[in-house]
Write a protein that binds this ligand. Structure first.
Ligand SMILES: Nc1nc2c(ncn2[C@@H]2O[C@H](COP(=O)(O)OP(=O)(O)OP(=O)(O)O)[C@@H](O)[C@H]2O)c(=O)[nH]1
Ligand SMILES: [Mg+2]
Length: 327
């Protein structure tokens, strides 16, 4: 693809052409060096048209009801005239179908909705690659006119941190019956939340959901607030029944409005952009380092010596860094 073709793609994405958007995201997902260069040019070109969406992270333990919640929230939003993009961050991707959104059956209505765009996570990518691709895909979705971007991630490890680093508002889903360890949520993850939502507040689970919400409110009360002047609320939903969904969205809008009005949103996004730059630098430098012939000649042997306790990690690192230094 020459420059003209790239310009065409930029224009088509900007015009809201969904197939062009899908192709653009495929380009930013590619790890081929020539594709990476073109993806960077593409993202650069759409940057002036990006930034206008409400960016929402949705996380929670496996099976808590993330996809079902996104289906309910997404259809609520498209019904109100919004254009909603759904992205997934799933670095493990070892689950059925290799994709967090492979279970499109959970998002049947949204998948058919002309105002919605659902992009499953590519399988078999490491977290750094997934985070980069999701940041770029998010900007592309904004340039294509989506005014709400929902990023789903399963809460089992580092991926929540990566997602919290690329959204404006981070919503944590909790189940009514997670056991004694606060519905399976780790404290570090709770600190990322702008809003906590207890799912499955219906039928037999309703009392347990109320109980879980009370526990979570107590626990959240002890945490330092994430943003000055913003308390973290705990709300209850039943996604299949559509109960509580509008209230969750109202709260997200209130949080987003507060962040915007206090200039915290601009600062947050500026910090995120800076962190992204450093992520790129770190991974780029590491790739270059590993590819250096002088390093490759020494790396394996020194690694073995470190493992065997013959050379200290510090000395080995210094030797490798010295080997890589251009003379
Ligand atoms: N009763 C009830 N069931 C729900 C609710 N939300 C989700 N479920 C059910 O909980 C199960 C898991 O829902 P999912 O939406 O797939 O959960 P998830 O968090 O996306 O799961 P993973 O992507 O596998 O981590 C399904 O059987 C849903 O039907 C709810 O609000 N009420
Ligand atoms: Mg899911």
């Amino acid at each position: 693809m020459g420059d003209a073709a790239l310009d065409d793609l930029v224009a088509a994405v900007g015009a809201g052409d969904r197939r062009a958007l899908a192709r653009a995201i495929t380009l930013v997902e590619s790890t081929r060096a020539d594709h990476r260069a073109r993806a960077a040019a593409l993202v650069d070109a759409v940057l002036p048209h990006a930034g206008r969406a409400v960016r929402v992270g949705i996380s929670g333990p496996p099976g808590v009801g993330k996809s079902t919640f996104i289906e309910a929230l997404g259809t609520h939003l498209t019904g109100a005239g919004h254009h909603v993009a759904v992205l997934a961050v799933d670095p493990s991707s070892r689950r059925s179908g290799g994709s967090i959104l492979g279970d499109k059956t959970r998002m049947e209505a949204l998948a058919r909705d002309p105002r919605a765009f659902i992009r499953p996570s590519p399988a078999g990518t490491e977290l750094g690659g997934v985070a980069r691709r999701t940041r770029e895909a998010l900007l592309l979705c904004e340039a294509a006119g989506f005014d709400v971007v929902l990023v789903e991630t399963v809460g089992v490890g580092q991926s929540e941190l990566a997602v919290a680093d690329l959204v404006d508002v981070f919503v944590l889903l909790a189940s009514p019956s997670g056991g004694d360890d606060l519905q399976g949520i780790k404290r570090g993850i709770m600190e990322l939340a702008d809003l906590v939502v207890v799912t499955k507040a219906d039928g037999d689970l309703a009392p347990a959901a109320n109980h879980a919400a009370a526990d979570l409110r107590r626990a959240l009360h002890l945490l330092r607030p994430k943003h000055e002047g913003l308390d973290v609320s705990t709300l209850l939903v039943s996604s299949p029944a559509g109960i509580g969904i509008a209230e969750v969205w109202d709260e997200v809008v209130a949080i987003h409005g507060h962040l915007r009005d206090t200039d915290a949103l601009r600062r947050l996004r500026a910090e995120q952009a800076k962190a992204w730059l450093w992520d790129e630098l770190r991974s780029g430098l590491l790739d270059r380092f590993r590819a250096s012939p002088a390093v490759r000649a020494e790396l394996h042997r020194l690694e073995q010596q470190v493992v065997a306790g013959e050379v200290s990690p510090t000395a080995a690192a210094q030797r490798l860094l010295a080997a890589d230094r251009p003379s």
